[in-house]
Write a protein that binds this ligand. Structure first.
Ligand SMILES: C[S@@+](CC[C@H](N)C(=O)[O-])C[C@H]1O[C@@H](n2cnc3c(N)ncnc32)[C@H](O)[C@@H]1O
Length: 322
């Protein structure tokens, strides 16, 4: 079937965002979207297979059990757009269920060219599915997909893997409201969300025994070194996963083991780190079921169905734009 990718360049934005994040007074930070270069995307795939990271297997089980039921609730014809598709492994279950009753356009929207290329390669064998990928930020890509649809077509937006949880605080709700503005009433959003669970299960999911998540986190510094001429000494930054009870989020940080200065040649800037000072690199919010119902209402959706995994507390939510 047909596959294609549309891409744009975003090199200097990386330098701007890194410098802004490391210059922040108080907590230094780096945007989590930069975790996914070629190495980062490959490491994320390994994380998904780790015994501690039950999240991906939970969502895969839910889609295995309910993909047909999900697609049977959708209006037809439907065009599928996926935000942050990664390799699209779980999406295969939905696309195969859809291909039973219609030819379908599938638009993965990805910031990582590596993940996008794998996604297109992995899914291209599915009958009746045509793939046009967008190497874009989530909503930029979705606007392009929405602009291409013809009148009678409905949109199904997939946002799997609890990636919404990477938005901090009220940013998640703001993002969903913006997303809703791009949709028409009756369009659907399939949202995968990780639920609250005991800390002895949650924390190891972000700090595994093999150290893969630590490597995924530190790779962000390696990326600054290779793409922006940074001189981060990776062994002098420790991976940390801490639960923030106020925000119900797991936060990943990189903690400076010593007092040190890091130079970034591309920016012509030097950044001071005190001993134990951290760079905040990612948040993963954990939801309650009630919070999800409220979030749907607040952002212009109605929760049509929700499926919960019985082994790992994870919810797949089918929302309809009102
Ligand atoms: C947590 S992974 C989830 C991947 C996949 N959906 C899954 O469930 O396994 C997040 C994915 O979103 C992509 N991503 C992160 N920020 C993005 C952004 N601002 N715009 C588009 N894609 C983004 C990453 O490259 C990564 O593949």
């Amino acid at each position: 079937m047909q596959t294609q990718t549309l891409s744009v360049s975003r090199g200097s934005q990386f330098a701007t965002d890194v410098c802004a994040g490391l210059s922040k007074p108080g907590q230094k930070e780096l945007p989590s979207k930069y975790l996914y270069d070629e190495v980062g995307s490959a490491l994320f795939e390994v994380i998904c297979a780790l015994p501690e990271y039950g999240l991906t297997r939970a969502e895969e089980r839910l889609l295995q059990q309910h993909a047909r039921e999900i697609v049977d609730q959708l209006p037809r014809p439907v065009v599928v757009a996926e935000l942050g598709s990664g390799t699209g492994r779980k999406t295969r279950l939905l696309l195969e269920a859809l291909s039973r009753w219609q030819s379908t356009w599938y638009h993965p929207i990805e910031i990582s060219p590596t993940a996008l290329a794998v996604c297109r390669r992995e899914l291209r064998d599915i009958n009746s599915i045509s793939i046009v990928g967008f190497e874009r930020e989530y909503l930029d890509g979705l606007r392009e997909v929405a602009a291409r649809r013809v009148n009678s077509e409905h949109l199904l937006v997939l946002f799997l893997g609890s990636t919404l949880g990477n938005f901090d605080g009220s940013a998640g709700a703001e993002f969903l409201s913006e997303l809703r503005q791009i949709l028409q009433a009756g369009d659907s959003l399939l949202l995968g969300t990780d639920l609250r669970k005991p800390l002895d299960v949650l924390v190891p999911a972000y700090d595994d025994a093999l150290g893969v998540t630590a490597a995924f986190n530190r790779n962000l510094l390696a990326r600054v070194n290779s793409e922006l001429g940074g001189d981060f000494n990776l062994s002098q930054f420790a991976h940390q996963a801490v639960f923030n009870p106020r925000t119900h989020s797991i936060e990943m940080h990189l903690r400076s083991r010593i007092s040190q200065t890091v130079n970034i040649a591309e920016a012509g800037l030097a950044f001071r780190f005190g001993e134990d000072e951290t760079i905040w690199t990612e948040s993963s919010h954990k939801y309650s079921r009630e919070e999800l119902y409220q979030l749907a209402q607040l952002t212009g959706f109605r929760c049509q169905s929700q499926w919960i995994d019985s082994e790992w507390s994870f919810a797949e939510n089918l929302w309809i734009a009102e």
